[in-house]
Design a binder for this molecule. Structure first.
Ligand code: MF3
Ligand code: CO
Length: 257
């Protein structure tokens, strides 16, 4: 189901996006060596509920936590656990909300302390590819233009794009049509129209693109065991251009919580 949102609905989606953005920043302040990923989950759940919303992932198709916390070779959908973060790790935090009948969904990958220059490059490239993908989300463009923007930028830098999971439309439900792959051909796929709201979420691997599902049925890991990064924005496609509803300004200290 593909739904076109009214201006009022987009404002509620923006409220969800901002609450998720703030939650990611609150979680990010806790990220440090020795902290468990379960602690991050607890902090996020409390913050979301304190703000009158409900965690969007908890119980979604049986998912048992508020956050997906994916360390190093875990691409996405990592379970929070007793694992203690250590210096040099990277940790993708993916968070969702339900508020005023709509949903929010965004992610950010944090470095834990100092990371190697190679890993820092992966984070920088993945975030930049997301910005390029969002810039391609314009009325009249096609879905393939977004994937092409992400893929071409990441591959020229020597990284690979995960194919097994994709971005998506978002609205009253977290996953709506269309699917938004992080790979593709310019000028191909569904036309983008005003009032669509989508999640663009590149999952970019340092090594090869191949992944497998962990035995818990959720966690997705790289086959070669190398690191993977994940960033996700909610983007409204408007006549005046793409509007990124998510903001990393709270994380990057450009805005106070
Ligand atoms: N951002 C992820 C997605 O769009 C969130 C997974 S939610 C979960 O698929 F609840 F399924 F874990
Ligand atoms: Co998503």
């Amino acid at each position: 189901m593909l739904t076109i949102k009214s201006a009022e609905e987009i404002e509620i989606l923006r409220e969800n996006a901002i609450l998720v953005s703030k939650t990611l920043a609150v979680v990010g302040k806790e990220v440090a060596p020795g902290v468990t990923t379960a602690h991050l989950n607890k902090v996020a759940e409390e913050y979301i509920r304190d703000n009158g919303a409900v965690p969007g992932f908890l119980n979604y198709e049986g998912y048992p936590y508020t956050l997906c916390v994916s360390v190093n070779d875990v691409v996405v959908h990592g379970f929070p656990s007793k694992y203690e973060l250590k210096e040099g790790d990277i940790v993708s935090v993916d968070c969702g909300t339900i508020y005023k009948g709509f949903t929010g969904d965004s992610a950010y990958t944090f470095p834990v302390g100092e990371v190697s220059p190679e890993v820092a490059g992966l984070l920088r490239t993945t975030e930049e590819s997301l910005n390029r993908g969002a810039a391609a989300a314009r009325v009249g463009n096609r879905i393939g233009d977004i994937g092409y923007a992400v893929q071409s930028y990441c591959e020229q830098a020597g990284y690979s794009v995960v194919r097994d999971l994709v971005g998506h439309g978002i609205g009253k439900r977290m996953h709506e049509d269309p699917m938004v792959p992080n790979y593709g051909h310019a000028g191909r796929g569904k036309k983008l129209v005003s009032g669509m709201v989508i999640c663009i979420e590149p999952m970019i691997n340092m090594g090869k693109k191949d992944v497998y599902v962990e035995r818990n049925g959720w966690g997705i890991r790289t086959r070669d065991g190398k690191c993977s990064a994940h960033f996700e924005y909610m983007v409204a496609i408007l006549d005046q251009g793409p509007q990124i509803l998510t903001t990393y300004d709270y994380i990057q200290n450009k805005k106070n919580l």
